[in-house]
Design a protein around this ligand. Structure first.
Ligand SMILES: [Fe+2]
Ligand SMILES: [Fe+2]
Length: 229
């Protein structure tokens, strides 16, 4: 049974140029919208935002794949990393759907946001892959904050610490007595890992040094995400 790896909550990439400032400003605007819309409904917040979080990895993988075909060059492992990120975010969604149930209005929001966000992120990635990865790095910084608040909510008893859903126990290799708190800890560690990977990619594309201290470990995941029937 695994325990969640340590998460450094202090990691923040300070914006250093125009591209970073655009990414940071956009992220803060999105955070304001999410805080206004969801307040402290963390289960619902997780579901809606995970439907968005699973998009950038697949867009990045697609466009990196196409670029490597055109330029006939190696991807340096980026495509698999980004596809895995998309899958991991989808597993977050499949986990939280066992914990909370989106309202009809939230389902409509998910439909509308997917259209807008997929097209906008695709366009941004074409124009500036570096800014796109920086946006994801900042989104993930916010995800780490949100899941830390979710943990406080569980620890204070304001939300019940339910048994972990079976799909989560399988995917993160948790023990039979694992609870929602254990799940939120490993999900937060996933987000911290994505944060550092995406800030690292943005730095690489900008030709800047990647801070070796910013390398959050990834929790272990099941090789086969489908559970045996
Ligand atoms: Fe996530
Ligand atoms: Fe994430």
């Amino acid at each position: 049974m695994q325990t969640a790896p340590f998460v450094d909550l202090s990691v923040h990439h300070k914006p250093v140029d125009f591209s970073d400032r655009v990414a940071f400003g956009f992220t803060k605007a999105m955070r304001f919208c999410a805080d206004t819309f969801f307040a402290k409904r963390y289960g619902h917040r997780a579901i809606v935002l995970e439907t968005v979080a699973a998009v950038p990895g697949m867009v990045g993988a697609t466009l990196t794949h196409l670029k490597c075909l055109r330029r006939m060059c190696d991807d340096q492992g980026w495509i698999r990393t980004l596809m895995e990120e998309a899958e991991n975010e989808r597993m977050h969604l499949m986990t939280f759907i066992e914990v909370a149930h989106p309202t009809l209005f939230e389902r409509l929001v998910i439909l509308a946001v997917q259209w807008v966000f997929y097209l906008a992120f695709f366009g941004l990635y074409l124009v500036s892959a570096r800014t796109a990865h920086r946006v994801v790095g900042y989104f993930e910084e916010e995800a780490v904050v949100s899941y830390t608040l979710y943990l406080e909510e569980l620890d204070s008893g304001r939300s019940p610490d339910l048994p972990a859903p079976e799909i989560a126990r399988h995917y993160w290799k948790l023990g039979a007595d694992a609870t929602l708190r254990d799940v939120v800890l490993v999900v937060r560690a996933d987000e911290a890992h994505h944060r550092d990977v995406n800030h690292g990619f943005a730095c690489e594309l900008a030709g800047r040094e990647v801070d070796p201290a910013h390398h959050a470990p990834y929790p272990e995941h099941a090789d086969d995400i489908r559970m045996a029937a």
